[in-house]
Design a protein around this ligand. Sequence first.
Ligand SMILES: [Zn+2]
Length: 351
Amino acid sequence: VVTRAAPKLRPQPIGTASSFGLGDRTGRATPGHIRALRASGTTLVPVLAQQSARELERTGRTFAEVLAAAAAGVEAEGWTGPWGADADHLRTVDEVAAALDAGFTMLTLDPSAHIDETGGDPAAVFGRALAHVAELARVADGADVDIEVSVDETAEPTTPDEHRFIAGELHRLGVPFTSIAPHFAGRWQKGVEVEGDLTEIRASLAAHARVAAESGGYKLSVHSGSDKFSVYPLLAQVAPRLHVKTSGTSYLEALRVVAAAEPELFRAIIDVARERFAADRATYALSESAGVPAEADLDDPGARQGLHVTFGAVLAHRELGPALLTALDRHAGAYADALERHLCRHLEALR
Ligand SMILES: [Zn+2]
């Protein structure tokens, strides 16, 4: 009797095994993500559902919908391996409770609002924030989940000493974390290459990886990992345990498919993105070149950032949102091909 493994329709905790986050804001990307995993032959454990509280606010989706979309993709593609579900950048007790309720198996706790960057020494800067993390983590007491602590959205890069302090305090407070996301040197904008001196960036990655190894052997987590092809080989060299998050790049690939197959719809998306860019850019760090030109080119770094930050305005738009999703359903094969190609490049660069 030959028994074949059945697809795992529920996510599971991953622990400190190296992993890769594949965010999907449209609920249509998981089949292409799975094809990329297979094509690359990667050993990284995928986090197929990954969405931040902020993304949910902007798209009008719920944690349960995000998880259901990933599970549907797992079933459709027959993925039998383990996979995780990351509720990203949770800021409040209510957000943590909602993510747990929906069945998410990784909680990324973000205490940014409680970090005092005018503080001085690490205790003054991070003390209150880490107490907040402990409060958020208590909501998950007894649940079998991975906990990440993210401080990547501060104004200044995290120093190795600050990172060591954060890990030590989390241990002291009894927070059972499996990864920390520092703010690395360089500029890590969404959906484009990293900007800055690669030697300095490598030193920053290596220093933080060393702290993670010395402070318990947890994973170094890299946010805004989309399209950072120049740093992936460096990461693979310096960080034996890592987690990388991508998300925006899968939305941009969706736009690429629409631009080729339904140019009129793409034009309407550009119009909305142009209207909304000034307001939406406020909550993201962008380069000076970021914007949405009338003839937006999906290979131009400035346009990529402009189209990336306006995803919420497009997806929550009364006509355009549904039109974009319908177009992706109509061109599901092309979208899966585009994602397979693009994310496979990411996964291969991380070897
Ligand atoms: Zn982040």
